[in-house]
Design a protein around this ligand. Structure first.
Ligand SMILES: [Zn+2]
Length: 274
């Protein structure tokens, strides 16, 4: 069940990181966003070497937080192609551009085969994965991060600073937020669902927003964060107002069906009701 979405329109307006790459998203089917309490298993490891050493799964470490602006590959003028990895009740995404891939969210533990299938659908493999971005600490979004990073040995990983201590990772996570660009994608701080939640935005083409759980898809449209699993609804609503200022045709979610037309208008209409 995959759908490759080629985005061919050129980006205009918004000069925030025009990028060219492909993202695949994976979806999972298990309880998502139900872990509001950071796992105590996560420990803070100093910024060690970024790769190389293999760490036993039982002693995964979380990465040190970096504070300098993150800017990876220069952004091109082509939008990413994306694949949704529909895992059931949750989705992850694989984005591709110019033979490189970025994975946004990793689904629950055991989702790596589904992610690999989405990479394959984009004619890419683990060696082509340059970046892995986790939108927030919930298990249905970061559960397969250790497996994914072990398979994608050259990939750098990223998450919001406030969530990093609760995310298990075999190598350091880079803290990213407003002003950072990864794979030509803009990172947007969207706290509320979790303190360190981030959204990912590709301004190229018609615009693509990967909202994580800052928004949800429902009945073909867009609704706000799920209050049952959101730590700060006031902040979550403010983050939706922030996303409403962007222009994009398409928005994809951790939960719910993607909206592929007039998406930013729908988000703006939602924000106006909050
Ligand atoms: Zn969540």
């Amino acid at each position: 069940m995959r759908t490759t979405h080629g985005i061919s329109r050129r980006a205009f307006m918004m000069d925030l990181g025009k990028g060219t790459f492909a993202v695949a998203v994976l979806g999972l089917t298990t309880m998502a966003c139900s872990s509001d309490d950071p796992s105590p298993a996560a420990t803070t490891a100093g910024g060690g070497s970024g790769g190389g050493s293999s760490t036993p799964p039982s002693s995964e470490t979380t990465s040190a937080v970096t504070t300098s602006p993150v800017t990876t590959s220069p952004v091109g003028d082509a939008a990413v192609s994306w694949e949704r990895v529909n895992l059931g009740f949750v989705s992850a995404y694989v984005l591709a551009r110019r033979g490189e891939a970025t994975i946004v969210d990793t689904g629950v533990s055991g989702s790596e085969d589904a992610i690999a299938a989405s990479l394959g659908a984009l004619d890419l493999g683990w060696d082509d994965v340059s970046h892995v971005i986790v939108t927030h600490l919930h298990d249905d979004h970061q559960g397969s991060l250790p497996a994914v990073l072990n398979l994608a040995g050259d990939a750098a990983a990223y998450a919001g600073a406030a969530d990093i201590p609760a995310i298990s990772s075999p190598r350091p996570l880079n803290a990213v937020g407003d002003g950072d660009t990864v794979f030509g994608l803009q990172i947007i701080d969207t706290p509320g669902h979790t303190p360190g939640h981030i959204a990912v935005f590709d301004p190229a083409g018609g615009g693509l927003l990967l909202a994580g759980d800052a928004l949800n898809g429902a009945d073909g449209g867009v609704i706000g964060a799920n209050p049952n699993f959101t730590s700060d609804m006031v902040a979550a609503d403010e983050s939706i107002g922030k996303l409403a200022a962007l222009t994009f045709d398409t928005v994809v979610f951790g939960h719910g069906e993607p909206v592929e037309t007039t998406a930013s208008q729908q988000v703006a209409e939602l924000a106006a009701t909050l």
